[in-house]
Design a protein around this ligand. Structure first.
Ligand SMILES: C[S@@+](CC[C@H](N)C(=O)[O-])C[C@H]1O[C@@H](n2cnc3c(N)ncnc32)[C@H](O)[C@@H]1O
Length: 268
């Protein structure tokens, strides 16, 4: 099996799935303004050479293109590249961040919800830090989740809360790639410091999400993408259908994961 095929198969949410865009669009609606604000506060992007790892639906890469202007560049990578608006500033490549060298050096490197899925996340972070130019900055963003099985703030009934909790524990098992650090979001800050970055800083963003809202739609899209894996993890068709429907009920309110956004700078 070639390495790209292996990477695609080990990543649970394949971009070639029909619901992948729904998933990317919902995440973009939930978190882009937070991620953009973090990047803007970190570095002058005008004229910068930027690397976006695992660009997914491409909203962050497209935003970077608009920020860098005519003198900057954006290299956007993914193991399964999706369509993205073309621009002279933008280069898109199919690239496996685990097995392939980082193609170049950069003023700014960003990845959101990519390394958390990779068993080799610590080594990949070091590789990315080595690709930062002196004075350059990086922003790594990952979910930090409270214990699965404890995400329900309100439910239409105690049975519905139990149903969601049972589902979410099994869902966590299905999403997990063997060897990944469950606490990766919380490990990044220390790892950046250990690798010599300065001004390391973490901010978090999270909010309640009700059934029928954008967070629930994101979860429904992921469920559809993961249907076979969820079955293997013991989620019966009945449980799947009940939770899918429950996610449309505004009486279900979840306190889900927090986007944990850690930045650091390479000394000049
Ligand atoms: C959860 S999505 C996040 C997409 C985007 N960063 C965002 O936040 O909207 C993870 C992305 O990482 C990509 N990916 C997974 N494994 C990868 C690898 N080994 N190398 C490069 N990209 C990878 C996936 O194809 C997917 O597009």
């Amino acid at each position: 099996m070639d390495s790209v095929k292996a990477a695609v198969e080990s990543y649970p949410l394949d971009n070639s799935h029909a619901r992948a865009s729904d998933h990317h669009n919902a995440r973009s609606e939930l978190f882009d303004s937070f991620s953009f604000g973090r990047a803007r506060a970190l570095i002058e992007l005008k004229g910068a050479d930027c690397l976006e790892i695992g660009y997914g639906g491409g909203s962050f890469a497209s935003w970077l293109v608009s920020e860098v202007g005519p003198d900057g560049t954006v290299l956007a990578t993914d193991i399964v590249p999706m369509d993205i608006d073309k621009s002279p500033q933008l280069t898109v490549i199919q690239h496996d961040v685990v097995t392939e060298p980082i193609p170049g050096t950069f003023d700014f490197i960003h990845a959101r919800l990519v390394l958390g899925h990779l068993a080799e996340q610590r080594k990949v972070l070091t590789k990315l830090i080595q690709a930062l130019r002196p004075g350059g900055a990086m922003l790594m963003e990952e979910w930090w989740s409270p214990a699965r099985g404890d995400l329900v703030a309100h439910a239409p009934s105690p049975e519905a809360a139990d149903l969601y909790n049972t589902f979410s524990v099994k869902y966590g098992q299905a999403m997990r790639v063997d060897g990944t650090d469950r606490n990766w979001a919380r490990s990044i800050h220390g790892a950046m410091m250990d690798d010599g970055l300065v001004d390391v800083h973490t901010e978090m963003r999270g909010a309640s999400g009700a059934g029928g809202g954008v967070g629930a739609r994101m979860q429904q899209a992921s469920m559809a993408q993961l249907r076979t894996k969820l079955k293997d993890a013991g989620i019966t068709d009945e449980l799947f259908e009940s939770v899918y429907k429950l996610l449309e009920d505004p009486q279900l309110v979840l306190l889900g994961g927090m986007m944990t956004s850690t930045s650091g700078r390479k000394p000049s």
